[in-house]
Design a protein around this ligand. Structure first.
Ligand code: TXA
Ligand code: MG
Length: 331
């Protein structure tokens, strides 16, 4: 299948209306979108992404009111959060009413909803008579895409069209928030909307899931977002540079490592700004991975606010390589 990249909204609408999947821009990462009301389109998303069917999808709607046809009730704190952060990088887990096909959320009681803010995605949703199911537009477990070129690299030949909306402004996936039986917010995935911001709006402490969270939010897999090159996390890159193998890459927070080839390094934010660093995180990983080096060292960011969300992604990206990276360092 030929994969085109362009900004033709009409073509995207035509394909989506015919149950095809299309990569779409959002303010977080690119999504792999299909008609959320069509079992055929949902099946196509799982197939293209090579994603197991037990890992549920997020349903994207144009505005808050558009969730009501698909839910049985709205927790009070969910309303507060939707009013404060939609459109934006927040996903809410809400009780479904069975109208959407069960395949979209693996027949779980909750369905994930998000109102994205990206103008191209907004225009698309406003012109479609159905919501869009969309996971991130990467092959399962691999680095998420923040440009149309990233999507092309991972899905060329598998999808007909990539709707190009430029670089994703936030660069990491939405914050996923559910509610326990008492209506308290629980954060299943950290993101741009920080725990502090959620607490400020809901007026109560937000909970982090228990250790067996994988059951509550199946996508919280330890291994995720991984580059093909072994990845090792470090607190600071500079001290290890002297002993690092010659063909090492460095993903640095604010400053490059002295004495190491600059083309093998990617600095996330020269200003030391956490939002800018998060926005560049996947782009930096894609860049270094394409160099086919022996190992990538990535500096952890200051673990506050958006830095914590970015560190969560780095930890999952490195999980696959923990033992391999250790061997490379010591030999
Ligand atoms: O920013 C984003 O959220 C992007 C853009 C495209 O909107 N989408 C995204 O989708 O990151 P995905 O599929 O890569 O991640 C969705 C996360 C997964 O961790 C999944 O397990 C969780 O949301 N999730 C979805 N539905 C759920 C449900 N019903 N119950 C629990 N967790 C759910
Ligand atoms: Mg994903």
């Amino acid at each position: 299948m030929q994969t085109d990249i362009g900004n033709n909204l009409t073509r995207a609408i035509e394909l989506l209306t015919n149950n095809q999947v299309v990569a779409v821009p959002t303010e977080t990462v690119y999504g792999l979108a299909g008609n959320a009301t069509s079992p055929t389109a949902i099946q196509a998303i799982f197939k293209v992404k090579n994603r197991p069917s037990w890992n549920p999808l997020i349903v994207h709607v144009p505005h808050f009111q558009a969730v009501f046809p698909y839910i049985s009730e709205l927790p009070d704190k969910a309303k507060l959060l939707a009013d404060a952060f939609w459109p934006g990088p927040l996903t809410l887990l809400l009780p479904g009413n069975g109208v959407l096909p069960g395949a979209v959320n693996n027949y779980l009681p909750k369905v994930a909803f998000r109102v994205p803010a990206h103008p191209v995605m907004q225009a698309l949703l406003q012109q479609l008579p159905f919501p869009l199911a969309a996971p991130s537009a990467n092959v399962y477990k691999r680095i998420s895409p923040t440009t149309a070129a990233h999507v092309y690299k991972s899905l060329a030949g598998k999808i007909p069209y990539i709707l190009d909306g430029g670089n994703c402004g936030y660069g990491i996936e939405s914050t996923v928030v559910g509610f326990d039986t008492a209506g308290q917010p629980v954060v299943y995935r950290q993101g741009i909307i920080t725990l502090q911001a959620l607490e400020a709006v809901t007026g109560c402490p937000v909970l982090l899931p228990e250790k067996d969270a994988a059951k509550a939010s199946p996508g919280m897999a330890t291994v995720h977002y991984a580059p093909f090159t072994p990845l090792q996390l470090v607190l600071q890159a500079a001290p290890i540079a002297a002993e690092a193998p010659a063909r090492s890459g460095f993903l640095c927070f604010s400053r490059p490592v002295q004495g190491h080839p600059l083309q093998h390094q990617f600095v996330l934010s020269t200003q030391g700004d956490l939002h800018e660093a998060a926005a560049n995180l996947y782009r930096g990983l894609h860049y270094l991975d394409e160099l086919n080096l022996d190992i990538i060292f990535a500096e952890l960011l200051p673990d506050t606010g958006v830095g914590a969300a970015a560190n969560d992604r780095l930890q999952r990206a490195a999980a696959m390589y923990q033992s391999q990276a250790a061997t490379l360092i010591t030999t």
